[in-house]
Design a protein around this ligand. Structure first.
Ligand code: SF4
Ligand code: SF4
Ligand code: FES
Length: 1021
């Protein structure tokens, strides 16, 4: 593994003679990695660039010679062999080649050879390695070992007979991702990889098994259900839209429907792994809830219909609204380009980001933090960086007020690796290299980097934490304030560590430290006080602590407290700066921060504005133009008020929601897989996503719709852009930094093929109509995109925006080594680092803290008064539903165990509730029902809810005890009915989607070969 965070070539290279030819190999990694980094073909199975080496499969054997006179040598496993200057190895020599051939022949004795019906066929690492070793015929004629497969849930299929016992799956799932429900069972030649019994895989990373397993044991069930071979996919480089991490994805499409998402290697972010929300959640684009026709415009000039868009009719109809005054409401899940264009259309005084007053304050605090504390990439957090002899790796992790396993799963996977720093260090101290995975684990055992967790709900990190508390948000803030105050004092820091074992002793000795600490911690309970003292002591000794927080608890005060803590730590640090990571709520939340300033209207202000103009003469005067926004955080009353007092409501949206139901006009926009644009991730990284296919009209990209509105509604013809590049150029010419950055970093005029070189049309689904593969899109069209709907064009390797991973002889995703400068390094054609500069506006610069608070309260007032007896609702929805778009994937709905509410023993006792009772909960005037679970570790006023209909944008909400009551018998019946119906509907929808997509495959019109210009750029319908 490259120890260099930048991934640039290292100097620690030595000369190794491979088949008598000198090569430069890095001593930071093993011999196999060095060979692959030099683009030489050497088969392997059990080694993985992120998982390291265990030497289990014996496939990577090479001959190592003592010197140039040694003609015999000895076989060594290259993945277990360190690189030494001057070493000589044989790759093509007879002995090692024969050995490798025999190893694979042995592996294949039990393999079913079912490639033609295997979902992995054509992109199988086992197939590639079999060809690479020259094993072409099987001699074994005996009976094969067979297994019974397991049901592993809605997402991952299981076909154990294909297993070659490489152990990668269990090493990834259990060792790397920390999963507890998957293991290896059996003995000798009967080795089984799976769960103890059938059941849904619990890990949020189970989908990576599909990519990690070198053969077809684990398959993507959704892809298999609507299957196509890799070589028939048209792929596009995209960015995951399901959280703010911005993992890079490759979306594969055929016949106008998205088939799957695969990991797209990004050295700085996701590396080789995605979370399951990102991998499977993309299915929402095929949902039955997608909006496919125009509402409220076409109906005036004819029936709405799919596949048709008549601009003249649209212009005539929309023109009726041209005299109206519009407020634009943007969104954090729409692209930078679309939000900017909307703001430009309505004017900065009439623009809202779709945030409430509270969210505006939160966003401002967020922006303030990002402007001060650069956000590390995931690789930056994970990899070990050496400065001279001193390690600069994170030696402490503190998670505060953000359940990252829920809101940013890929970050949680990274943190799990950061927590192994101490184990690697320990092994390092006796000369065990970090890539020697099994040796590190054997020697270092459960050694972990210190971890503290201060949350409003349980998280999977609690168990391994040195200290973990579940508190209300107010208590968390008090703890942080106390912590900061303690660190500011002459804190007696040498009394603690090692942590866990000395905890009680530590607290006692710190307490003896003097009355100063006692007075600081007087607002804390005993437990909180002990925790805070221990954390303060550990922090004061840590050299490179990593603090992780986020916005999901919706508390600007929490961010403010963390800001204070960070500035205190920065002043007290011992040479290295403490690092802060802030998880943003949505995929483009940070992009919107760029447009955030004091002119932005909050949603309350928009409502007020509409109401004021309405009350003047009882006629609505203000109209709304809403971009990909559901305003789910508003109460029913607020929504009603907004609707009642606005004249015309125009909504641009891809999937039905409460606003599309109440809107006068709904314009169907393309989802992420059908669009182009940029999202800005949690760090401020501007990342381009490209369309995998063109949507069926009237579905169009959001910026295209806005352009048409510019022309026909706002009479601003100059804002109706013919391409996204023109849009970017327009804003660049007006000096906007983001647009200049986008244009500078964009590779111009590349025409990269969306299909691999193996594309052939041999598996044409419509062979009954034509033996040729039908094209849903014309080749050479969409010249702005830089991608061709064809296997013709520049190969993916020449672009930093690789649509898929493939190289000659490497058909699986492991072809990535052919495109990296070295194993785990940057891509050969890595794009420029593209971090948006998020400086605060002048308005907020150099302002004393008190006045910032005053200004925030003046601009977006949101005083929250806490009354006695109030309960705080905290979201505890599972990771797969912790983002709104994923609610539209039936498989995720089926995985949901049902509404539940966790309450403390105290509340249970006080109200006479029992586990299993059904409670009625009223939140924002909406009634919901949930089954009770008693949680002994909850603080008395916190209530954890997992409610299907409660959007993530509602969190840390105060309700009175009256809002929760026992459901009546009739209500319990309704609840059971609703729960059952949700499952039935999801089952039905899953089946319906498949039927619709398969029908669509069969009805791809041959006429698609017609000229796009004549068909208006239209696609399948
Ligand atoms: S299931 Fe796949 S990854 Fe696991 S041991 Fe078998 S071949 Fe290897
Ligand atoms: S961590 Fe976030 S961005 Fe990455 S794959 Fe998961 S949902 Fe997508
Ligand atoms: S890859 Fe080296 S032994 Fe498996």
């Amino acid at each position: 593994m490259s120890d260099d965070v930048s991934g640039k070539m290292q100097n620690n290279r030595v000369t190794v003679y491979i088949d008598d030819v000198p090569y430069q190999l890095s001593t930071d990694n093993n011999l196999l990695a060095g060979v692959l980094s030099n683009k030489l073909n050497l088969p392997y199975f059990c080694w993985h660039p992120s998982l390291g080496s265990v030497g289990a499969c014996r496939q990577c054997a090479v001959t190592q010679y003592m010197d140039e006179n040694d003609s015999r040598g000895r076989l060594v496993m290259s993945c277990m062999t360190p690189v030494v200057d001057g070493m000589r190895i044989g790759l093509t020599d007879k002995a090692s080649a024969k050995f490798r051939q025999q190893v694979i022949a042995a592996m294949m004795t039990n393999h079913p050879h079912d490639c033609p019906v295997c979902a992995e066929g054509g992109e199988c690492h086992l197939q590639d390695m079999t060809v690479m070793t020259g094993h072409s015929a099987r001699q074994y004629r005996g009976e094969k070992r067979t297994f019974t497969n397991q049901y592993l849930g809605e997402l991952v299929g299981h076909e154990m007979n294909r297993c070659i016992t490489c152990y990668r799956c269990v090493r990834f799932y259990k060792d790397y991702a920390g999963g507890k429900d998957f293991d290896v069972f059996g003995s000798r030649n009967q080795v089984y990889f799976g769960r103890q019994k059938d059941g849904v895989l619990e890990s949020a990373f189970s989908g990576n098994l599909v990519e990690v397993c070198p053969t077809g044991v684990f398959t993507n069930k959704l892809f298999s259900a609507h299957y196509t071979r890799k070589w028939d996919l048209q792929s596009a480089p995209s960015v995951c839209a399901h959280c703010s991490i911005g993992c890079n994805t490759s979306i594969g499409e055929r016949y106008g429907s998205v088939r799957r998402v695969m990991n797209r290697y990004n050295h700085e972010l996701n590396g080789y792994f995605l979370c399951d929300r990102g991998r499977f959640g993309i299915g929402f684009v095929n949902s039955m809830a997608r909006i496919r026709t125009i509402k409220g415009v076409n109906s005036k000039v004819g029936e709405p219909s799919v596949g048709v868009f008549n601009e003249k009719s649209f212009a005539k109809a929309i023109n009726e609204h041209s005299g109206e005054s519009f407020i634009g409401i943007g969104s954090a899940r729409a692209s930078v380009e679309a939000n900017r264009l909307l703001k430009c259309l309505v004017g900065k005084e009439n623009f809202s980001l779709g945030y409430t007053n509270l969210e505006m304050q939160l966003a401002l605090r967020h922006k303030q933090l990002l402007a001060q504390y650069p956000q590390q990439s995931l690789t930056g957090m994970e990899h070990r960086v050496h400065q001279g002899s001193e390690a600069k790796e994170h030696d402490l992790v503190v998670l505060i007020g953000e359940n990252i396993a829920q809101t940013a799963p890929r970050l949680a996977l990274t943190i799990k690796q950061v927590l192994r720093n101490s184990a690697r260090d320990k092994a390092d101290s006796i000369g065990v290299k970090h890539w020697q995975d099994s040796a590190v684990r054997t020697y270092a055992g459960n050694t972990t980097t210190p971890l503290f967790s201060l949350q409003a709900q349980q998280s999977e990190f609690d168990q391994q934490a040195n200290g973990a508390l579940i508190l209300s948000v107010a208590q968390i803030i008090t703890c942080i304030d106390c912590l900061t105050a303690m660190l500011q004092t002459e804190f007696n820091s040498h009394v603690v560590l090692p942590l866990k074992t000395l905890q009680s002793k530590t607290v006692a000795s710190v307490n003896q430290g003097g009355s100063r600490q006692e007075s600081i911690t007087k607002d804390l309970s005993d437990q909180e006080s002990k925790f805070t003292l221990l954390l303060a002591s550990t922090l004061s000794q840590a050299k490179t602590p990593l603090i992780v927080t986020g916005l999901s608890l919706k508390s600007p005060q929490l961010l403010h407290a963390i800001d204070n803590l960070m500035s205190c730590l920065s002043q007290k640090s011992h040479g290295f700066a403490p690092e802060l990571t802030v998880v943003a709520p949505e995929c483009n939340s940070v992009g919107n921060l760029h447009f955030l300033n004091e002119h932005n209207l909050s949603i309350e202000q928009v409502i007020e504005y509409c109401s004021a103009s309405y009350h003047e003469n009882k006629i609505p005067r203000t109209s709304l133009l809403i971009l990909e926004q559901d305003l789910a955080q508003l109460s029913a009353q607020q929504l009603q008020q907004l609707r009642q007092h606005c004249k015309t409501m125009i909504v641009l949206e891809h999937t039905n929601n409460q606003l599309t139901k109440m809107a006068d006009i709904v314009l169907p926009v393309a989802a992420v897989s059908e669009s182009n644009g940029h999202f800005v991730n949690y760090q401020g990284r501007l990342q381009r996503f490209s369309s995998a296919h063109i949507a069926v009209k009237p579905i169009m990209e959001n910026w295209v719709w806005l352009g048409l509105l510019a022309k026909h509604l706002f009479t601003q013809q100059e804002l109706n852009f013919a391409s996204l590049t023109q849009l970017q150029l327009f804003f660049a010419k007006h000096g906007e930094a983001w647009a200049l950055q986008v244009l500078t970093c964009q590779q111009q005029n590349r025409r990269v093929a969306r299909q691999t070189h193996r594309a052939s049309g041999r598996t044409a689904m419509t062979a009954n109509q034509s033996v040729h593969e039908n094209k849903t899109f014309l080749e050479n069209t969409n010249s702005q995109e830089g991608l061709r709907y064809s296997m013709e064009g520049d190969d993916a390797n020449s672009s930093h925006n690789m649509p898929y991973t493939w190289a000659p002889a490497w058909n699986s995703n492991q072809a990535i080594f052919q495109h990296q400068q070295e194993v785990n390094g940057v891509l050969n054609h890595q794009g420029n680092e593209n971090l948006l500069n998020l400086s605060l506006s002048v308005f907020f610069d150099d302002t004393h803290e008190a006045s910032v608070e005053d200004k925030l309260d003046k601009l977006w007032p949101c005083k929250v008064f806490k009354r006695d007896g109030e309960l705080t609702i905290i979201q505890n929805i599972p990771w797969f539903l912790a983002e709104q778009q994923s609610h539209n994937l039936p498989e995720f709905v089926l995985m949901f165990a049902g509404n539940s509410i966790e309450i403390s023993t105290e509340i249970t006792r006080k109200n006479g509730y029992c586990t299993g009772d059904i409670l009625k909960i009223t939140i924002n005037e909406q009634q919901m029902f949930a089954k009770v679970r008693v949680n002994k570790s909850l603080t008395k006023n916190v209530v954890l809810v997992s409610l299907f209909d409660l959007p993530m944008s509602i969190n840390n909400l105060n309700i009175t005890a009256k809002n929760i009551s026992k459901a009546t018998t009739e209500e319990v019946t309704v609840f059971q009915q609703v729960e059952g119906d949700r499952r039935k509907t999801a089952q039905q929808e899953k089946a319906d989607i498949l039927i619709r997509l398969k029908k669509q495959d069969q009805t791809v019109p041959i006429t698609f070969f017609s000229d796009e210009s004549k068909s208006g750029g239209n696609t399948n319908g």
